[in-house]
Write a protein of this length. Structure first.
Length: 62
């Protein structure tokens, strides 16, 4: 079973400092171990479940 929790105030502050926005931060949930520093310049809307971002991926074109 995948368990997600609400963002902490500190995580929301870090996301906002990284240029992230949400129409409703209460609709954004994360897995334990989530590191908000890995998310930048993102607009969230609707129900969002964020996992752990532990690997680096390079997409075609850079």
């Amino acid at each position: 079973m995948h368990t997600y929790r609400s963002l902490t105030d500190t995580e929301i502050r870090i996301l906002e400092q990284n240029g992230c926005r949400s129409t409703d931060w209460d609709a954004v949930t994360v897995k334990d171990g989530f590191l908000p520093a890995h998310i930048k310049h993102t607009q969230f809307s609707g129900k969002i479940e964020l996992g752990l971002f532990e690997k680096v991926f390079t997409l075609a074109g850079g």
